[in-house]
Ligand binder design. Structure first.
Ligand SMILES: [Zn+2]
Length: 227
């Protein structure tokens, strides 16, 4: 759900140093912090966004850590809650997200979720839960939003880039965000999930905030949720 414009708040971006001007020697040259450019984000219509991404054989490989760094820097620059590797042209099953305090929907009960990278994520709806409609945006479809029905509670299994196995339940907005990003790994964009195309709109024509998640769709508070 990369189109949500928020400040992610990672102050320290990867930096490069550049030598100073004039007569300063390389040893004494002042170091200047320069943000590295974010990787370009592919837009709707690029074939990579419609492809099924490949599983990662070794989540702990240095290349995966570097990929997560690129995803992080890209999100940092453009602002967003989540991004998937295919969106920066890497067709691998890797995604990155965070839900800062300021982005928690009003009715949500879970705590903020810090940066979390998921490698080879697998999700499944928890049986018997309702499907709620919520508004989604996407960094690959700038300027547009639409209402998408999704299961409200999902089980998530994945591996971290450190090799840790994750197995947790996500609810509400947290579940929606993960489903949106996992869809990117399967070549699915949010309009392909929409059931009412009349809700597709440009943000400057109809603010996405005009949609409200109905109160009946709010999950019950669960202690220790958002693991
Ligand atoms: Zn997206």
């Amino acid at each position: 759900m990369g189109g949500v414009h928020i400040s992610i708040g990672r102050a320290a971006r990867r930096t490069v140093t550049s030598p100073g001007m004039g007569n300063a020697s390389p040893c004494t040259a002042p170091k200047r912090s320069v943000p590295l450019p974010a990787r370009p984000i592919l837009k709707l219509g690029h074939p990579t966004l419609l492809a099924r991404a490949a599983a990662v054989p070794n989540p702990r490989a240095p290349e995966i850590a570097a990929l997560v760094g690129d995803l992080h820097d890209t999100l940092d620059l453009v602002g967003g809650n989540g991004i998937a590797a295919p969106q920066i042209g890497v067709s691998l099953r890797v995604l990155l997200y965070a839900i800062p305090l300021g982005r928690l929907p009003e009715c949500e009960s879970f705590r903020p979720v810090p940066w979390r990278a998921l490698v080879n994520p697998e999700i499944e709806p928890v049986t018997g839960e309702i499907h709620a409609v919520g508004v989604e945006r996407c960094l690959s479809i700038p300027g547009l939003h639409g209402a998408v029905p999704r299961p409200t509670v999902i089980r998530v299994r994945a591996t971290t880039p450190q090799g840790e196995a994750l197995d947790f339940v996500a609810r509400g907005y947290h579940a929606r965000l993960i489903q949106h990003e996992v869809d990117h790994l399967d070549g699915i964009l949010f309009p392909m999930r929409m059931t009412d195309m009349a809700t597709l709109a440009f943000n400057d024509q109809r603010p996405p905030e005009t949609f409200r998640i109905p109160s009946w769709a709010c999950p019950e508070p669960i202690a220790g949720d958002a693991a």
